[in-house]
Design a protein around this ligand. Sequence first.
Ligand SMILES: [Zn+2]
Length: 298
Amino acid sequence: MFRHTAALIIAASLLLSACGTAEEKTSDNSTPAGESTTKVQEEQGNSNPTETGEPGTGVPEPSTEDSTVTEEEPESSEKVSTEEKVEKTYHMNENYYIKPNDEASPSKVVLLTFDDGPKEEKMITSLIDTLDKHNAKAIFFVNGYRVKSHPELLKLIHERGQIVGNHAWDHEDLKKMSNAEAAKQVTDVQKIVKDTIGEEPQFFRPPFGSGNDALKSAVKKNGMLYMTWSNGSLDWDKSTKDKPEKVIQNVLDQLNPGSNILMHELPWTVEALDELLTKLEKKGYSFVDPRAIELEAR
Ligand SMILES: [Zn+2]
């Protein structure tokens, strides 16, 4: 085989001399299978903005079926990470504020988070365009059932350099489940995210901020930092629907160094984000890179 190939190359290079195409000819079917594109089928606007604040409206789906994602990956157990290593210079305190580890890092920071996606390519793209404009990273806390419907949107978030967090499989109150059921809500998301983007989330936020010690220990066992928030934009609430200026005001009203800001993938939040980030910057705040936060609160 090798001899045959070598002979071909020699013969071809005699004929083609400086042309340099000989090698290509011997290996024309070796191109790796094309990566699936990030093409997104825009489906009927199935996002339901009001589901956020209401328990029990998440669509329960069996989580036991095989993931539909078949992207092949190297089978190494190590995380496939395209992202640079970020030094851990911050930690979270017991009230879910983000604090610098020492005075070398600024304390006037906020953590940006968007829950309940992934829903729509348009909203995600716009959020990330705005984040990029402000050089900011955020955590996108996703529900497993949504990832299952739109794995390509999870890839989009990841490929554009944003951070994926685990928001349980269903958007339901985990405290109302048995410990085993709640733990499965956590691990099923770890699995589908790993299968889709090659790495597991490192951050967990329970739906409605509702959890107990058993859940916290399941989250810890999965190597994640558990958090709720310390600054709620109330963008899920009726009072802010279609009112981007209220989203901004709500955040500014509760602003403190280290604020862990809860927002959602919702149209009025998408609309508010650029101005919100601009106002925060004017007040001297910067945006903490989630990867710089230690995975144990203290
Ligand atoms: Zn939520």
